[in-house]
Write a protein that binds this ligand. Structure first.
Ligand code: PMP
Length: 461
């Protein structure tokens, strides 16, 4: 068979893709008809496709390429490690240098007493680990009835059966037998669409207190943990009201329930600090990390675990692990990524310079007739599209149509933004420059203008 290359004709690449490649979260037949966009190369914040377009990637891939594309140092780290030790496992009382170094570095970076690391290959796997770990923890603590885990509707924790059950995506639950038993969802702190006439602060408190209600309903002694993203990402970059997290922390403390912060998106500088837990001022017992850990250059995730939880888990044989837990090449690349993020001041510059600039520019979009609000923390932000700003109204017709139309206009203008329903999202590489931010905003504005005209034409507003 012919092996295609990045220089092969787009139509050929698309035809072979449609014939054999099943895509995640995609209507396969629909894509087959349209043909996938084929990304061939990337540098910094810019992608090239097989038609020769140069596209500004305001999503950092899937929220992961924090360091930007094309870093030679990471390719070198991978090549060096592949030559030295391409694989060894960390089961059965063995270890290797990259896993040792990376675990130690994560313990150093993570806040508080989060000093212990269990490796996985993805965020989904790390959350599966967390689910089993918190249940095992309570079993070993002599409270085996504490098996229930509380999470949130419209949270995202992954796509495996365990992590997909922890997540609160109803479209996912409808396929394949999720959620598994023992997982309970409470409503999200999404003021813009669900807050009604309440103030943001009152609404934040009310939504946090749903956790207490659920705990009491299940019986406080039966609850193992609460899991949440510091800022919901895939749910639409939903920044909780300021009152939300302090109240959640109060409640988990009061009932002695473990707090799992899913930092898969928020981690590694995305919210300004190294971790979203620091930005939101919370004290998790476990943090889930992935994505920015290697800036997406290698698949790797991890659970970063407190002294207290690790001590209990270390007291038994934890019958859990993945062949590639702590894969040496992934660890070596992640370690080099963390070194560059730190030593080149990428995280601090994103926090102190480009983050504030991005926020100021992004918030100017609220003067656009389609935009009801703009929310941004660090390098993750979203705007709500609306036909009527004053009432925060939804569009006529199917939810998500306006978002889809806007996303298509962004594509046409060589800008990658994502839509979740009728919210438009950005999560650019942390290395995005001020000039590139200007380009992002200019293209977003143009795309919004075009979407606005199209929505009016179609009678959707
Ligand atoms: N948790 C969060 C918060 C995520 O955003 C994601 C992925 N978008 C995951 C978990 C799952 O990670 P993965 O796709 O690497 O399994």
């Amino acid at each position: 068979m012919t092996i295609l290359t990045p220089n092969s004709p787009t139509a050929e690449l698309q035809a072979l893709d449609a014939a054999h490649h099943m895509h995640p979260f995609t209507h396969g037949a629909g894509l087959g008809e349209k043909g996938a966009r084929i990304i061939t190369r990337a540098e910094g914040c810019w992608l090239n496709d097989s038609d020769g377009n140069r596209i500004l990637d305001a999503m950092a891939g899937l929220w992961c390429v924090n360091i930007g594309y094309g870093r030679e140092e990471l390719a070198e780290a991978a090549a060096r490690q592949m030559r030295e030790l391409p694989f060894y496992n960390t089961f059965f009382q063995t270890s290797h240098v990259p896993a040792i170094n990376l675990a130690a570095r994560l313990a150093e970076l993570a806040p508080g007493d989060l000093n212990h690391v269990f490796f996985a290959n993805s965020g989904s796997e790390a959350n599966d680990t967390n689910l089993r770990m918190v249940r095992t923890y309570w079993q070993e603590k002599g409270q085996p009835q504490r098996q229930h885990v509380i999470s949130r509707w419209n949270g995202y924790h992954g796509s495996s059966v365990g992590s997909g059950s922890l997540g609160g995506m109803k479209g996912m639950h409808a396929q394949g037998g999720m959620p598994i038993p023992g997982i309970h969802h409470i409503d999200q702190p999404y003021w813009y669409l669900e807050g009604g006439n309440m103030s943001e602060d009152d609404f934040g408190l009310a939504r946090a207190q749903l956790l207490e209600e659920k705990i009491l309903e299940l019986g406080a002694d039966n609850v193992a943990a609460f899991i949440a993203e510091p800022i919901q990402g895939a749910g639409g970059v939903i920044v909780p009201p300021a009152t939300y997290w302090p109240e959640i922390q109060r409640i988990v403390d009061k009932y002695g329930i473990l707090l799992i912060a899913d930092e898969v998106i928020c981690g590694f500088g995305r919210t300004g600090e190294w971790f979203g837990s620091q930005t939101m001022n919370i004290r998790p017992d476990i943090m889930t990390v992935a994505k920015g850990l290697s800036s997406g250059y290698q698949p790797i995730g991890a659970s970063i675990v407190s002294d207290g939880v690790a001590k209990v888990i270390d007291g038994v044989e934890f019958n859990h692990g993945y062949t590639y837990s702590g894969h040496p090449v992934a660890c070596a690349v992640a370690l080099e990524n963390l070194r560059l993020l730190d030593e080149e001041g990428i995280v601090t510059r994103a926090r102190d310079e480009t983050g504030p600039y991005l926020k100021a520019q992004f918030e100017t979009l609220t003067d656009h007739p389609l935009v009801g609000e703009a929310k941004i923390v660090g390098h993750m932000g979203s705007i709500a599209l609306t036909p009527d700003k004053a009432s925060r109204a939804r569009f006529a017709g199917e939810a998500g149509t306006a978002g889809f139309i806007t996303r298509e206009r962004c594509f046409a203008n060589n800008l990658i933004m994502r839509h979740v329903g009728d919210r438009m999202i950005i999560s650019p590489p942390l290395v995005i420059s001020k000039e590139e931010i200007d380009t992002l905003i200019e293209r977003a504005r143009r795309s919004l203008d075009e979407a606005h005209a199209q929505l009016q034409e179609q009678g959707l507003m």
